[in-house]
Write a protein that binds this ligand. Structure first.
Ligand SMILES: Cc1cc2nc3c(=O)[nH]c(=O)nc-3n(C[C@H](O)[C@H](O)[C@H](O)COP(=O)(O)OP(=O)(O)OC[C@H]3O[C@@H](n4cnc5c(N)ncnc54)[C@H](O)[C@@H]3O)c2cc1C
Length: 409
C-alpha cells in the first residue's frame, strides 16, 4: 500500500479535534481523525465541564447541541472569597441570555461528538487489520475518515506537507497531509517544542456531591488561600472542583466520606445547607501550559489543550478550544485550495486567534495568582473589588461577556 494522502489530518479525536472534524463536514476536503482510543471505548474521564452560552451557540451551529444528554443549566453564578465580606452575583437575565452556562460530564460531550462523527460514516474495512476500525464518510466530493486505536508517534513538517507516523494494532503507518492539526491534549510535541509551564502548586479534586439545600441553577465559585473551590449544579447535586496544594489533595483522596464532607463543610460553609453524600474522587494536577507557537513547524497547527492548557478556575479550557476549532475551520473553508496549510493560511489563523487566546490565558492566570494567597492587604483589596464589581453593571457585563464569548465576541 502506498502512503496515504489527506488534505487535513487531525491528531486526537477528543472534544476539540472532533469538533473541528464536524465543522469540516460537507466540504470537499479529504479529512482524517486519528484517535488513540480503540473503537467503541467510552471515555472514563471523570471531569465535568462548564460550557459557556457562547459554546452552546457554536455547538448548535454544528448540530450537536440537541444531541447532548444530561445537561444542567447555570443561570446564576455566586462568587465569593473565604473569610471576607466581598461577593458578586452574575445573573443570566442581567446579561440578556437565557443561561450563563451549562454543566455536563466530559464523557457525555465526547460521546455526542463521536456519535455525530460516526453518524455520517459508513464502515469500510481497515487495510491494516481488516476489522473495520477505519470508518469513512463521503459528503460532497470530500471524505472523512475516523481511524481509532491509532496512536500517533511522529510528526514532521516538510516544505509542502506534513508527515505523520502512527501505530495501529502494532503496525506502523505513514500518511502525508497538507495540514496536520495537533489536538492530542499536548503530549506529542512537548519534547520537541517544550511549552511554557507554570505550576500553580495546586491539584483539583473532583467528585459529585449532594446537599440539603441545593440552589436551582446556581453555580458557586469560592476563592480560598488554598485555591478556588467550585460547585457546578448538576442533576440533584453539584459537581465539586476543590483545588488544594498537590500534597494536600493527595491526602484528601483516601478520606472516608464522613471526614470528606465535614472538611468540605468547614471549607465552603453552609450556603447550600449540609453536605450529604460524596461520589468517587479523582485528582488532576493543575498548571498553565502554553505552547510558545501555535504553528511550530510547516503545515502544522496546535489546537485546544495542545496549544494552551489552563487552570479550570474560569472554566475556559474547552470553551477556548472550541473557538480554536471553529475559527480554524473557517480559515480552512475560506482558503483557496492551493493555500491549505501554507504559511499564509497559518499566519491568518494565528492572527485571528491572538487576542482571544492571550486574553483568556491572562484572565485565567491572573485570577489564580490574585486569589490564591492570604496576604491581608491583598485580601481586603479583593473583597472590595468583588463588591465593586457587583455594583458596576457595565464592568460586570464586560467580564461576563468575555467568559461567555471570548475576546473576539
Ligand atoms: C479538573 C478539570 C476541570 C475542567 N473544567 C473545565 C470546564 O469547566 N470548562 C472548560 O471549558 N474546560 C474545563 N477543563 C478543560 C478541558 O477539559 C480541556 O480544555 C479539554 O478537555 C481539551 O480538549 P482537547 O480535545 O484539546 O484535549 P483532550 O480532552 O485531552 O483530548 C485529547 C484526545 O487526543 C487523544 N490522543 C492523545 N494522544 C494521542 C496520540 N498520540 N495519537 C492519537 N490520539 C491521541 C486522546 O485519546 C483524546 O481523545 C477542565 C480541566 C480539568 C483538568
Amino acid at each position: 500500500m502506498g502512503t496515504q494522502q489527506y488534505d487535513i489530518a487531525i491528531i486526537g479525536g477528543g472534544p476539540v479535534g472532533a469538533t473541528l472534524a464536524l465543522a469540516l463536514r460537507g466540504s470537499k476536503l479529504k479529512v482524517c481523525v486519528l484517535e488513540a482510543r480503540p473503537a467503541n471505548t467510552a471515555s472514563k474521564d471523570a471531569r465535568a465541564l462548564a460550557l459557556s452560552y457562547g459554546s452552546r451557540l457554536l455547538l448548535a451551529r454544528l448540530g450537536i447541541w440537541d444531541a447532548l444528554q444530561d445537561i444542567s443549566n447555570i443561570r446564576t453564578i455566586h462568587i465569593s472569597q473565604k473569610q471576607s465580606f466581598g461577593r458578586t452575583m452574575l445573573h443570566a437575565e442581567e446579561l440578556n441570555v437565557p443561561e450563563l452556562g451549562y454543566v455536563l460530564p466530559y464523557p457525555a460531550l465526547q460521546d455526542a461528538l463521536t456519535d455525530a462523527l460516526q453518524h455520517t460514516l459508513s464502515p469500510s474495512p481497515s487495510p491494516a487489520s481488516g476489522r473495520g476500525k477505519r470508518d469513512s464518510a463521503g459528503e460532497g466530493s470530500g471524505k472523512l475518515q475516523f481511524i481509532t486505536g491509532a496512536s500517533v508517534t511522529q510528526l514532521q513538517g516538510e516544505l509542502d506537507h506534513a508527515v505523520i507516523g502512527y501505530q495501529q494494532d502494532g503496525v506502523e503507518h505513514t500518511l502525508h497531509t497538507r495540514l496536520a492539526v495537533v489536538a492530542d491534549g499536548g503530549k506529542l510535541l512537548a519534547q520537541q517544542y517544550p511549552p511554557e509551564v507554570h505550576d500553580y502548586g495546586q491539584s483539583a479534586l473532583i467528585t459529585h456531591i449532594t446537599c440539603s439545600a441545593p440552589q436551582a441553577d446556581t453555580a458557586f465559585e469560592r476563592f480560598t488561600p488554598q485555591g478556588p473551590l467550585a460547585l457546578l449544579p448538576f442533576k440533584v447535586g453539584y459537581e465539586l472542583v476543590w483545588t488544594a496544594p498537590h500534597q494536600r489533595a493527595q491526602e484528601m483522596l483516601p478520606w472516608n466520606d464522613a471526614r470528606f464532607l465535614h472538611e468540605l463543610q468547614q471549607h465552603f460553609g453552609d450556603r447550600v445547607g449540609e453536605f450529604l453524600t460524596a461520589g468517587k474522587r479523582t485528582c488532576f494536577p493543575l498548571g498553565l501550559r502554553r505552547a510558545p507557537q501555535q504553528t511550530p513547524m510547516p503545515h502544522t497547527v496546535l489546537l485546544g489543550n495542545a496549544a494552551q492548557t489552563m487552570h479550570p478556575v474560569a472554566g475556559q479550557g474547552f470553551n477556548m478550544g472550541l473557538r480554536d476549532a471553529w475559527e480554524l475551520a473557517q480559515e480552512i473553508l475560506d482558503a483557496a485550495p492551493e493555500a491549505l496549510g501554507t504559511e499564509a493560511m497559518l499566519a491568518a489563523y494565528r492572527s485571528q486567534r491572538r487576542t482571544d487566546r492571550e486574553a483568556g490565558i491572562r484572565f485565567t492566570d491572573g485570577l489564580v495568582r490574585l486569589f490564591s494567597n492570604d496576604l491581608p492587604l491583598v485580601s481586603a483589596g479583593r473583597a472590595a473589588a468583588l463588591t465593586a464589581l457587583d455594583c458596576l453593571p457595565f464592568v460586570k457585563k464586560f467580564v461576563a461577556k468575555r467568559m461567555m464569548f471570548g475576546a473576539n465576541g
